[in-house]
Design a protein around this ligand. Structure first.
Ligand code: 3EB
Length: 330
């Protein structure tokens, strides 16, 4: 196993980025496919499984049946557990996930710190220790006023837990509220044997430079990450934020257009081909279920052919109605 990783290090420039796709199939069949690094299921309808490559997220999909998200790599995949962390590796890439109940760790801030400390300690031991992309899903993200809002507490704990493992700069990220009643924090990530290239959006203030009004700890993420090898862009959660301000309060269509403008600016800034295609899977997190139809129509009209997964989720600022993240392959 270690030998395989060293080989991956030597060949990393040629490493093909994991390919992410949405597929309607059985989890057992997906997990049996060669090179399957991770399979993600959405919503309460998904059963738990022993396989560390399997992750069920507490985000309800608007589609039935919902597809699975599949991450495929070139090369042999091995998987295991390390304490609360479930991991898999293959082809120079590492998938790691951790799900913690807040009730066992004393609130969202200390749970976030715990989760990131555990991930950082684990990553420090791995050849694939360059964190490229992180997803965070937490309960009741907008609950609480001012600095006591749970998202802001999450940002405090995340920053404290990150430590040196994230010292080379922040990864691309998403942070979304799920509606499961359990106070559950789910964090998962993609890391690699080589660092990626951080990308910022010229239309937006970098999140780590947000002014104080957004909380005591600015959010720790890059707007996007070009994966080592250059053939894939991991796009962070992107919303109708211009400069540092939320645009178009209470106007869903205007927020969608602004979000798309942000996504296009990000592609240009990353040196990726313009536009999204049939291999560029995107997720839309939609705050109000009644808005899902409008979001679906927007994708059909403005992003035709793009695989889109719509999930019920709360965006980290209560005035934002929708957020989009995903992948663009060169
Ligand atoms: C924004 O632009 C919207 O805290 O990890 C987007 C992506 C957002 C990631 C995070 C937050 C995060 O600020 C919110």
């Amino acid at each position: 196993m270690v030998q395989g990783c060293e080989k991956a290090v030597a060949q990393a420039v040629d490493c093909r980025a994991p390919r992410v796709s949405y597929r309607t199939m059985e989890a057992t069949a997906a997990l049996a496919e060669p090179g399957m690094l991770a399979v993600i299921g959405f919503g309460a309808g998904q059963a738990d499984r022993d396989d560390p490559r399997w992750l069920t997220l507490a985000l309800e999909p608007f589609d039935a049946p919902a597809p699975l998200e599949c991450w495929e790599v070139e090369g042999e995949v091995v998987a295991g557990r390390d304490g609360a962390i479930r991991w898999s590796r293959g082809g120079g890439w590492l998938f790691a996930s951790i799900s913690l109940e807040e009730t066992e760790h004393g609130g969202v801030e200390s749970t976030a710190e715990r989760a990131y400390r555990a991930l950082a300690a684990f990553l420090a031991q791995q050849p694939e220790h360059h964190v490229l992309r992180v997803w965070n899903y937490l309960t009741a993200i907008n609950h609480g006023a001012g600095d006591a809002e749970r998202y802001k507490q999450f940002c405090n704990g995340r920053a404290r837990g990150m430590g040196d493992a994230f010292g080379e700069g922040f990864p691309a990220a998403t942070a979304i509220g799920h509606l499961d009643r359990r106070p559950l924090l789910q964090v998962y990530l993609l890391a690699g044997v080589q660092p990626g290239l951080r990308v910022e959006n010229p239309r937006q203030v970098s999140a780590w430079r947000y002014p104080r009004q957004y909380g005591p700890t600015p959010p720790s993420f890059a707007r996007a990450m070009r994966l080592p090898g250059g053939d894939a862009l991991a796009i962070s959660g992107t919303a109708a934020v211009v400069g540092h301000a939320s645009a178009h309060h209470d106007d869903l269509l205007a927020q969608l257009e602004e979000t798309l403008a942000n996504l296009e600016a990000l592609l240009a800034s990353a040196g990726m081909p313009a536009g999204f295609d049939t291999h560029s899977p995107l997720k839309a997190y939609v705050r109000h279920p009644a808005d899902a139809r409008v979001v679906r129509d927007f994708f059909r009209q403005r992003l035709p052919g793009v695989p889109a997964l719509l999930l019920h989720g709360d965006i980290c600022r209560s005035e934002l109605l929708v957020e989009i993240d995903g992948w663009r392959y060169a």
